[in-house]
Design a binder for this molecule. Structure first.
Ligand code: APR
Length: 253
């Protein structure tokens, strides 16, 4: 199966990747579903909806400051670096991710973030936005106990992430759909493919005649659509797959 996947990738004209929390598991960031997933210890309606934020912003900020701390310590892993190498080789055009951990960008890929970014905050009222990593205010922001307020208008700042019940950012969604329509091969890595509209991305690739290569230790919502299924963890599989692609290119497979 991995040889077949390597051939599809080596011969691809427009390769993309669609990723979820599983690709960052090896970096120490918990996934959402499955054993000790985040949603086993927190209720979505208490920490990840607009209603939760207006009802109890302290609880929501405790949750996101905890996730910022966890993600700050995380580094890209073998799977992230394999995707960055595939882009450097001129094969991979972009990574479309549901993850907010910034690890694909850190690894060096061109990224479309469908669900936002944990290091970006935005005003709940005016158009103020800040990337705390770039402004160098991340550590002080996380240690701050008080509710963060907008320096422009004084309203509450919120995480610049997509909560349940919220629309995806328009320009990122449009970019993702246009990439999916052009893709002849899509690597689907570490996602249960249960959350929409993000999970439509691999389906659009398939509808447009593209091929899907799934990398996941378990079955998912799109396993039935996959042309090749590579069972295993993203780090192991992507490291082996990258080597196979390189030897395939060398042998003009
Ligand atoms: N390597 C590859 N895949 C893995 C690994 C690993 N080491 N460990 C777990 N997985 C797989 C699981 O089998 C599962 O299919 O990663 C997937 C994680 O699924 P979810 O926890 O549902 O994460 P994700 O698909 O990214 O969730 C989508 O849901 O809660 C929202 O906004 C949140 O972006 C998130 C969205």
């Amino acid at each position: 199966m991995i040889e077949e996947a390597a051939r599809l990738i080596a011969r691809s004209r427009f390769l993309i990747a669609f990723t979820g929390a599983g690709i960052s598991a090896e970096s120490g960031i918990p996934t959402f579903r499955g054993k000790n997933g985040l949603w086993e210890n927190y209720r979505i309606e208490e920490v990840a909806t607009p209603q939760a934020f207006s009802r109890n912003p302290e609880l929501v900020w405790d949750f996101y400051r905890m996730r910022m701390r966890k993600m700050m310590e995380a580094k890209p892993n073998r799977a992230h670096f394999a995707l960055a190498e595939l882009e450097r080789m001129g094969l991979l055009k972009a990574v479309i991710t549901q993850n907010i951990d910034d690890l694909h960008r850190e690894a060096g890929n061109t990224v479309v973030e469908l669900h936002g970014n944990i290091y970006r905050v935005k005003c709940s009222s005016c158009s103020y936005r800040e990337n705390l990593k770039e402004s160098g205010r991340l550590e002080e922001f996380i240690e701050e106990k008080a509710l963060p307020r907008c320096p422009e208008c004084g309203a509450l700042l919120r995480p610049d992430v997509v909560w349940f019940g919220e629309p995806l950012p328009e320009s990122e969604w449009r970019r993702a759909v246009s990439l999916a329509k052009k893709a002849d091969v899509c690597l689907v890595i570490g996602t249960s493919a249960q959350v929409f509209p993000a999970a439509y991305i691999p389906m659009i690739v398939k509808d447009e005649g593209g091929r899907l290569v799934e990398v996941n230790p378990e079955n998912t919502g799109i396993t039935h659509l996959a042309d090749v299924v590579l069972r295993g963890s993203a780090g192991d599989v992507m490291e082996r797959l990258l080597e196979k692609v390189k030897s395939c290119l060398a042998e003009k497979c």
